[in-house]
Design a protein around this ligand. Structure first.
Ligand SMILES: [Zn+2]
Length: 220
């Protein structure tokens, strides 16, 4: 489904939303749970894009619902994978997840097996541009969480939930204080669309912006 400005959201995929960004750069943001590659490829084919045309896959954070199909998609696309430098040790399995997420493999491995690390993993640091998208380091949900921003559109991963916009749930948040700081940074930008990992793509409106501002103030 085309959402806005050449950005597509894949329908019917399991896990977090996957976005296809077209324009100066053709790339995916996140890949859903394991096993979503056929749905991704079916949609790409329906809009006339071959997986091999993808120039990269950007990961907003290393949760299984975002990175599950990254290895399968990389095999098809033969493209590099981009993640924040602080997230890469988790992607490579070199570091235990923090907090409650340390125990997630007990739940996810029986379902999906052990996640394999992708190859050709390239670090982002925040502040740079990926094509014409600004990479904003938005730690909180995880240490190396990122948001992509271009011309009023923010692809926010697990920074906000869509619909009635709110912060990602605190029980799965590595650092709530940093999450609030990151949220503040993003909502200070001119915004037209919030494209979240969970919940519907949401046009910006003063209603939810005010509500989120108020909740950030009351929590701080
Ligand atoms: Zn998620």
């Amino acid at each position: 489904m085309l959402v806005t400005d050449g950005i597509h959201m894949f329908e019917g995929v399991k896990g977090a939303h996957i976005y296809l960004v077209t324009g100066a750069h053709l790339f995916l943001v996140d890949t859903g749970l394991p096993g979503q590659e056929h749905r991704i490829c079916n949609y790409l084919s329906a809009i006339g894009i071959k997986p091999s045309a993808l120039e990269g896959i950007v990961l907003t954070n290393y949760d299984v619902d975002h990175v599950g199909s990254v290895v399968a998609m990389q095999k098809l696309a033969k493209c590099p994978i981009y993640a924040h430098a602080l997230e890469i040790p988790y992607v490579l399995g070199q570091q235990d997840r923090l907090g409650i997420k340390r125990w997630l493999p007990l739940v996810t491995q029986p379902l999906y097996g052990k996640l394999i690390a992708p190859r050709d993993l390239r670090p982002l640091v925040g502040g740079e541009f990926f094509g014409d998208w600004e990479i904003i380091h938005t730690p909180g949900h995880t240490p190396g969480h990122i948001t992509l921003y271009r011309n009023g559109i923010a692809i926010v991963g697990d920074l906000f939930q869509g619909g009635e916009i709110c912060l990602a749930p605190s029980y799965f948040t590595w650092n709530v204080a940093k999450l609030k700081e990151s949220a503040q940074i993003v909502i200070e930008r001119p915004l037209r669309w919030i494209l979240p990992g969970h919940g519907p793509a949401t046009p910006a409106s003063s209603h939810w912006l005010n509500k989120l501002q108020k909740s950030l103030r009351s929590r701080s």
